[in-house]
Design a protein around this ligand. Structure first.
Ligand code: TA6
Length: 306
């Protein structure tokens, strides 16, 4: 079983502009669409699309709970979220300019979490996760959720003997590395910040590989580099016309972990995840990708052992 944990959930509000974003001008909207937000939720979406059993865990504000629940249900995501009373799940703004590739993402900080909420979530996780499960913790930490809380959660997961994947950043990512989780996905800047900006990226990766079983360094349109079991792989991204890149990294992680859970060879997990993300960026919302399209794109992905 795979569990995803989204500590700081979101609802993505996609703002489609009539033209391009210009300061000092009234930038008119053509359309607004709501979509799932939050990195763990997106991971769950990818897994569900790939028919890999998973459950989305984490927090959910009660005041707009119906809105998030509706999106989760529409997307077919099995979930069991801890209610945080009197709070609203944040909205993230994804701005899409007409005829311009990519998106602008603006996020709120999220609602305040109390020790009581954290206890409820930890209890739930403890009762569900078993040896051999995969647990993905993804996205930012909400206000009130301290590094110490993350450490407690990681310790709790370690005790179960599950595979721990973390798509975190900043101090939270550092903590995940210190605690030697099984998977991380820093970008090329984060890996330098984690270790030393004077080292080459590959040297830093070699250093990280001593602590973390799978490290995937995302390099945007240049693809990614993965380290595992003493080997290093350069993975390309098929060239496509990007419409909305929001959620592409999450789609990669969800698809990659799906492949691992099915015991697929690493090179196949990497090429398929890269293809799923390439399919995702061609769609205009935060989640959609086509499995059929990904299978075709996968043929254009190369995975080269370095
Ligand atoms: O990666 C995309 C996304 O999950 C968006 O859906 C958005 O809501 C945002 O990231 C949240 O990121 P954060 O790092 O604040 O958890």
């Amino acid at each position: 079983m795979i569990y995803t944990i989204t500590l700081n959930p979101a609802i993505d509000r996609l703002l489609f502009l009539e033209g391009t974003l210009i300061k000092g001008k009234n930038n008119r909207l053509q359309e607004i669409i709501y979509d799932l937000g939050g990195k763990g939720h997106h991971g769950s979406y990818a897994m569900s699309r790939l028919d890999v059993e998973n459950q989305a865990l984490g927090f959910c504000g009660t005041t707009n709970k119906r809105k998030l629940e509706k999106i989760l249900s529409e997307k077919g995501i099995n979930h069991n979220l801890v209610d945080v009373y009197g709070k609203a799940t944040r909205e993230s703004y994804v701005i899409l300019e007409a005829g311009i590739s990519g998106s602008i993402l603006i996020t709120e900080r999220g609602f305040q979490i109390t020790n009581y909420d954290i206890e409820l979530l930890n209890e739930q996780i403890e009762s569900k996760v078993r040896t051999g499960d995969i647990v993905l913790i993804a996205g930012s930490l909400p206000p009130g959720y301290k590094l110490q809380d993350l450490e407690e959660l990681l310790n709790l997961l370690k005790k179960t003997g599950c595979f721990i994947a973390c798509d975190l950043s900043g101090e939270a990512l550092k903590k995940a590395v210190d605690m030697e989780v099984n998977f991380i996905k820093p970008n090329r800047f984060e890996i330098q910040e984690l270790l030393s900006s004077e080292n080459t990226m590959l040297d830093n990766l070699k250093e990280l590989a001593k602590k973390v079983e799978y490290v995937i360094v995302s390099q945007g349109s240049e693809g990614s580099i993965c380290s595992h079991a003493g080997n290093f792989y350069q993975v390309t991204t098929p060239k496509v016309v990007a419409v909305n890149d929001t959620g592409a990294g999450d789609c990669f992680v969800g698809s990659f972990l799906s492949g691992l859970s099915l015991n697929r060879p690493l090179t196949e997990c990497l090429s398929f995840a890269s293809a799923c993300a390439a399919s995702k960026v061609q769609h205009n919302d935060s989640t959609t990708f086509s499995v059929k399209e990904a299978k075709i794109l996968q043929k254009r992905v190369t995975v080269k052992k370095l």
